[in-house]
Ligand binder design. Structure first.
Ligand code: HEC
Length: 123
């Protein structure tokens, strides 16, 4: 009667594996969602990003138009790191830009900029 026991053990291993495989994407999705939410909050906070003062985007409340609208960001920035750099130090791409260098001038922390980047990437 050894074989059935092994089979049951194997079957339960498969069940555990399947269980953890189906759990994983759910956990990642909710972590991302939290980051996007936190990023949006920082971006719209006047004492933090204040991005809405210069940029329009979907759902923006009375946005300014000093900067270009934030749309199709994933297509425009296939490399997310480039988007991070644009927010951390836009003077690298354009020394005369009106956009504040949020990272270089320590207006936002590295973590804040990462969260904002996650949000901008959804626009
Ligand atoms: C004082 C106005 C101002 C503020 C505040 C500002 N930006 Fe900008 N932003 C600009 C301008 C102007 C540009 C155009 C590019 C340039 O000047 O080189 C720009 C460009 C960008 C770009 C590049 C867009 C593209 O089409 O490639 C991104 C992304 C961006 N800003 C994100 C942000 C985020 C995120 C925030 C908030 C953390 C922010 N900006 C705050 C003025 C601003």
């Amino acid at each position: 009667m050894r074989k059935p026991a092994k089979l049951i053990a194997a079957a339960s291993t498969v069940a555990v594996l399947l269980g953890s495989m189906t759990m994983l994407p759910v956990q990642i999705a909710s972590a991302d969602e939290d980051m996007v939410k936190a990023g949006k909050k920082l971006a719209e906070d006047r004492k933090k990003g204040n991005c809405t003062a210069c940029h329009a985007y979907e759902g923006a409340n009375m946005p300014g138009n000093i900067g270009p609208p934030l749309v199709a960001m994933k297509a425009r920035y296939p490399d997310k790191q480039k988007l991070y750099e644009q927010i951390a130090d836009p003077t690298k791409a354009n020394p005369n830009t009106l956009m504040p260098p949020f990272g270089k001038h320590e207006i936002l922390s590295d973590k804040d900029i990462k969260l904002i980047t996650e949000w901008v990437y959804t626009l």
